[in-house]
Design a protein around this ligand. Structure first.
Ligand code: BTN
Length: 269
């Protein structure tokens, strides 16, 4: 558990060079490239990945001018939030981007639960939800060379101490809103990265079914009625859970089961 006293200090919210050293020491010296502002940490990370920087290199920015989410949706990224991307060179098939999204979501929920004793939920495949509002999101992008993954970039956006604009507040929430105190983002970043790396190590050597049970613990959608859009079509039904590949199964109104590979959940109740 991250102690409240340690998190409550305004000064400690600054991710300065001293604090960066502290974060780095948590996971074998992986480099953190820190920016006051960048277009998108995803794009900065892609540039670095193309030069072959070390696996686990992180790009972290206080603000993003063009932060983006899935399907190129705009991702608001003012100061006070946590916006970062992790560079990986996984030796796996490109179809596993979905699983990356799920294991990152699991590790984020585990970290937040352990650190703050709150239980956020995962809205398959990439949303972190608290009380029906969006607390964070994950964006996974890969480059391929002849059907093999050259690099994978995991982008994480988490509303922490940032102020949510009136429009966004209807649908989103920050950790500060939930906990009613200012969060020490240095400690939080260190905990998130530490847990992510240990989850990633397991992911490399275990079958995805190992993570299925963990996912269930945080799954928002199980047994709920949903409306999902995939490939321009809308499907309505009841969510039955994920399978051993991370795909979502729903039972449609006509009782036929359908596997969703990469949809967007438009509605759930
Ligand atoms: C989503 O919910 O659609 C995913 C949002 C991902 C946002 C993060 S913030 C850090 C990284 N840089 C970006 O431009 N996007 C991701």
């Amino acid at each position: 558990m991250i102690k409240k006293a340690a998190l409550n200090s305004y000064e400690k919210d600054v991710i300065n060079s001293e604090n960066l050293r502290k974060i780095r020491s948590y996971f074998a010296g992986n480099k953190i490239n820190y920016f006051l502002s960048t277009n998108s940490t995803q794009d900065t990370a892609k540039g670095l990945a193309d030069t072959g920087v070390k696996e686990g290199t992180v790009v972290l920015a206080e603000r993003q001018s063009h932060g983006r989410g899935r399907f190129s949706r705009k991702w608001s990224s003012p100061e006070g939030g946590l916006w970062f991307s992790i560079i990986l060179y996984p030796k796996i098939s490109p179809e596993k981007n979905l699983q990356f999204s799920l294991i990152t979501a699991i590790s984020l929920c585990e970290t937040l639960e352990k650190a703050f004793n709150i239980k956020p939920l995962i809205k398959w495949p990439n949303d972190i939800i608290y009380n029906k509002k969006k607390l964070g999101g994950i964006l996974v992008e890969s480059a391929l060379i002849s059907n093999r993954v050259k690099w994978t970039i995991i982008g994480v956006g988490l509303n922490v101490n940032n102020i949510l604009s009136a429009g966004i507040r209807k649908k989103a929430v920050s950790l500060k809103n939930i906990l009613r105190f200012r969060i020490n983002r240095t400690n939080l970043t260190a905990e998130i990265l530490k847990n992510f790396y240990s989850t990633y190590q397991k992911f490399k050597f275990k079958r995805f079914s190992y993570f299925k049970r963990k996912f269930q613990r945080y799954s928002l959608l199980n047994d709920r009625n949903v409306k999902i859009e995939e490939g321009g079509r809308i499907y309505s039904g009841v969510v039955k859970g994920i399978d051993e590949n991370g795909f979502l199964w729903i039972k449609l109104k006509n009782r036929i089961s359908r596997k969703i590979l990469a949809g967007t959940v438009l509605k759930y109740e």
